[in-house]
Structures are given as structure tokens and as C-alpha cells.
Design a protein around this ligand. Structure first.
Ligand code: KIV
Ligand code: ZN
Length: 501
């Protein structure tokens, strides 16, 4: 379909910027590939000038992806723009996304620039970006608290200088749906050639209206929406892309143009992002929460049994929710595992597949039913396992605990071919085990900020996925571990986090 709404994903930039959501390179690549499989149009891979690590991840993603446009954010300065270009230039479809604030508050207190200076900077910097890159997006930061007449001038300056995408951010999540729609209509009526560019919105969720605001903008004529998977992002987050996409999918009467996202990739991509940031979906989260398709009340169950349409406006299949039924077993061969992984969206290198197949076989010895969820968990965790192999690797552990003994743990790890062992006491088995790891792995002063464990599938033999968040100064790293033994999963997660530290 022509004129579909463009979906611009900024999970790896605006999402990753949020406290506790930082990701390492391997995790970012994994998410970028999942987004590409989901068929978003643009992936903002990072803010190239922010650090050497950000530059490398934007560049690696630009070089890895095959179809999506890859963007880097940049302030409206020459150095930022040139660095952004260096990072994205090898992409199949590169884009520089440059921004400058247009609200009185930002211009006066942050930029200390007059309106005239802002207009000149937009014209010069967009032109500079266009000299380098075939595609340039300009964002008027804090647009929704800007004077509409001045915003129109800023947008006009950016279009004249060659920007093909104009983005209207509600940077502080202040707008309401009516205001958002009115601003889009105002710009469409008051800016020359606005219909020749992609008109985008980027809504934050401070008042819980980011998704509604984005959809109101679409109805008013916006042709691109920006957001993040699961709505992660600064403060209350960004607009949740899965909610926008499913609203458009479910209500074609209101949003007839739709978008090209493959909705069946929503659930796996959402789970991947939650797993990487070490957070569980809120149980009642729209579209991807655990209860989103659960019908508890008898009257609802009765209705759904008679006809699903009574209480279901979208199907679990439409978002690619997995079935918790046995899909593979101990007689399944490497090829069957590879095929099932590929159906789940994972294409593994040979060495990775060999390792995962070994883990699959070991899991078959410990667990009766191997479901898609189990297989997906092995695929998602293979990166953290690789991280452990390049740092400290758990060799074996013993933990004693009871209600009349002090818990104690003995843990041995391998590092550069050498074996180290420590023993520690603690308040319970996990505390004892973590204390032993602390003795084993030298690290700067740190504290355990969060620890959680959840089951991947159902049954007593379910795999446990453990998550730790370790704080070191203002940096927080997430460690993840997977095992049918929850103590082992926890130790793996802690070692994974300490290796990152
Ligand atoms: O929220 C915002 O204004 C942004 C811009 C940099 C696009 O993230
Ligand atoms: Zn933002």
C-alpha cells in the first residue's frame, strides 16, 4: 500500500538513554536485527558522538542491517553531524537526524540563542547534513511548547535547506491529542512544501498520552511516527510502537493507510527488549502484557468460548504470541532445532548453533517439555553466555542453606584458563553465592540494585531466568542467567553482570 505510515524506531537511542536500559553491543545488534525482521522503516541506532561505544554500535548496526534505514542522532553542530555521518555512511540507507530546540524555554535557558540565531543554525546545519547524507531528518526539540508561528518558520527553514523528514517532538510529554492534531494541521496549512516531506511525530509519555497523541497526529496528516518497543525511554518513556501499530492494525476504519510492520514479530521483539533491559512486562501492559489475552471472569470465558470476538479485539496470533506446547524433544536433531529457531526469527552462526544445540540437549535431560519459549530463551541468552566465556565463567558451585544454618556457598570460576575458588557466607543462598562471586571477581565499588527471577514456561521443571542490576557510580549494568536451577540462574546472572562491570 502506498503512503503507509513510516515507523521510526528509537529503542536503541531514546530507549537506551533511560536509566537502567543500557545495552551492550551484542544486545544492540540483536535488537536491531529483530526490528529489521519486524519491518520497521527506520532504526535510530544511537547518538554517534555521545561516546566511542555509541559510535561503534551505530556503525556496526549500519554495516549489519540489510533493508532498514539506519539513523544517528546529532545535535545541530558541524562536528556532531560529521560524526553521525561517519557512523551511518555504510548503511544501505543512511540518515542523519539532527535537532535543535524551538521552544522559548529551551532557547533562552539551554541554548541561549535568539529566534533568529536558531533559524540560521537550522538552515546551515541541515544544509551541511544534506551535503553529506542523502537523507536528513530535522527535529524541532520541544516543538509542542513552541510558538506555532515560530515553529512554522523553523520547519520552513529546514525544508528549504533540504530536510526530507520534519519531526515534531513532544519532548516533555506535555501535549494532549487535540493539541497534537491541531499542531499538525497548523503546520500543513502554514508551511510551504510541507506536503513534499515526511511529517513525523515523536511523543513522550509523561502524562500517559504518547500513543494517543501519536495516533491523533496520524489522523491529522502525520506520515511517520517515532517510538520505542515497550515504550521504554527517558522518564515515563516514549510512545510504545507496538501499541500504535496494533491500534492501526485493529482500527483500519480510523487509520486506513496502515504501516508495513509484520505484527507477528511484535511479541518476540517485545520479549527480547524486556529481557535485555532486565525488566518484566507490567502484567496488564497493552498488547504485550502477560494478561493482555487472558480471560479470567467466567462471563468473559463463556463469551470467548462461544466466539472470540466477544471479548477479543485482536488475536494472540496476530502479535505472534508463542504457544507453550511441546515443539521439540530429545529426539529432535540439529536441523529441526535450527529450523524452529529460524521460524522464531533467530539465524545463528554455525558456532553459536553448535553451542545452542548442546544446551538444548542438556535441557532435554532436565525438562520434559521443550516449548518455543524455552528455545527462544536459549537463543536470547546465548549472548550473555558468550560474554561469560570472554570473562569469568562459572565452573561449579555448592550452596548450603536451611532455616537453622548460616547459608554458605563455594563457587569456582575459570578465567584465562585458570581456576579460582572462594567460599562465602550470606543471608540465604543467593546472598552467600553473590558474596562468593564478589570475592572472586575484582571490580570497582558496586552494589546490587535489583534482582529478580521469573519462569520462562510452565511446570516445576521450568527454566528460570534471573536478572540482576548492579550499580557502579552512575552506571548500572544488567546481568542475565538461565537455568532450570534458580540458584544457578542467579549465579550466572551475577557473573554476567560482573563481567560487564
Ligand atoms: O524527545 C525529543 O525531543 C528527542 C529529539 C532529540 C528527537 O528525542
Ligand atoms: Zn525523545
Amino acid at each position: 500500500m502506498n503512503n503507509q505510515i513510516r515507523i521510526f524506531d528509537t529503542t536503541l537511542r531514546d530507549g537506551e538513554q533511560a536509566p537502567g536500559c543500557s545495552m551492550d553491543l551484542a544486545e544492540k545488534i540483536e535488537i536491531a536485527q529483530a526490528l529489521e525482521r519486524m519491518k520497521v522503516d527506520v532504526i535510530e541506532a544511537g547518538f554517534a558522538i555521545a561516546s566511542q561505544g555509541d559510535f561503534i554500535s551505530v556503525q556496526t548496526i549500519a554495516r549489519t542491517l540489510k533493508h532498514c534505514t539506519v539513523a544517528s542522532l546529532s545535535r545541530a553542530t558541524k562536528k556532531d553531524i560529521e560524526t553521525a555521518w561517519e557512523a551511518v555512511r555504510d548503511a544501505k540507507s543512511p540518515l542523519i537526524h539532527t535537532f535543535l530546540a524551538t521552544s522559548p524555554t529551551h532557547m533562552q535557558y539551554k541554548l541561549k540563542m535568539s529566534e533568529q540565531e536558531v533559524l540560521e543554525a537550522i538552515a546551515q546545519m541541515v544544509a551541511h547534513a544534506r551535503n553529506l547524507s542523502p537523507q536528513v531528518e530535522f527535529s524541532a526539540e520541544d516543538a509542542m511548547r513552541s510558538d506555532p508561528a515560530f515553529l512554522a518558520k523553523a520547519v520552513d527553514a529546514a525544508i528549504r535547506a533540504g530536510a526530507q523528514v520534519i519531526n515534531i517532538p513532544d519532548t516533555v510529554g506535555y501535549a494532549t491529542p487535540d493539541e497534537m492534531a491541531a499542531m499538525i494541521r497548523y503546520l500543513k496549512q502554514n508551511v510551504n512544501k510541507i506536503d513534499t516531506v515526511t511529517l513525523s511525530v515523536h511523543c513522550h509519555n509523561d502524562l500517559g498520552m504518547a500513543v494517543s497523541n501519536s495516533l491523533a497526529a496520524v489522523q491529522a496528516g502525520a506520515t511517520q511516527v517515532e517510538g520505542t518497543i515497550n515504550g521504554i525511554g527517558e522518564r515515563a518513556g516514549n510512545a510504545a510502537l507496538e501499541e500504535i501499530v496494533m491500534a492501526m492494525h485493529t482500527r483500519p476504519d480510523l487509520y486506513p493507510v496502515g504501516c508495513k510492520v509484520d505484527t507477528t514479530r511484535i511479541s518476540p521483539t517485545s520479549r527480547l527488549v524486556y529481557s535485555v533491559i532486565g525488566v518484566n512486562a507490567p502484567i496488564n501492559k497493552a498488547v504485550v502484557g502477560q494478561n493482555a489475552f487472558a480471560h479470567e471472569a467466567g462471563i468473559h470465558q463463556h463469551g470467548v468460548m462461544a466466539n472470540r470476538a466477544t471479548y477479543e479485539i485482536m488475536t494472540p496470533e496476530s502479535i505472534g504470541l508463542l504457544q507453550n506446547k511441546m515443539v521439540l524433544g530429545k529426539h529432535s536433531g540439529r536441523h529441526a532445532v535450527e529450523e524452529r529457531l529460524s521460524a522464531l526469527g533467530y539465524t545463528l552462526e554455525k558456532a553459536e548453533l553448535d553451542k545452542l544445540f548442546e544446551q538444548f540437549k542438556a535441557l532435554c535431560d532436565r525438562k520434559k517439555i521443550i516449548s518455543d519459549y524455552d528455545l527462544e530463551a536459549l537463543a536470547v541468552h546465548r549472548r550473555s553466555d558468550v560474554t561469560q566465556m570472554s570473562g569469568y565463567k562459572l565452573e561449579r558451585f555448592t550452596v548450603n542453606s536451611g532455616n537453622y544454618v548460616t547459608s554458605n556457598a563455594v563457587i569456582s570460576v575459570l578465567h584465562d584458563g585458570e581456576r579460582f575458588e572462594e567460599v562465602a557466607l550470606g543471608d540465604g543462598p543467593i546472598d552467600a553465592a553473590f558474596n562468593a562471586v564478589d570475592k572472586l571477581i575484582p571490580a570497582p565499588a558496586h552494589s546490587l540494585e535489583d534482582y529478580a527471577i521469573q519462569t520462562i514456561s510452565e511446570g516445576k521443571d521450568a527454566q528460570g531466568e534471573a536478572m540482576v542490576k548492579i550499580r557502579c557510580g552512575d552506571k548500572v549494568v544488567t546481568g542475565r542467567g538461565l537455568s532450570t536451577d534458580v540458584v544457578e540462574a542467579s549465579i550466572l546472572a551475577y557473573i554476567n553482570g560482573m563481567n560487564k562491570l
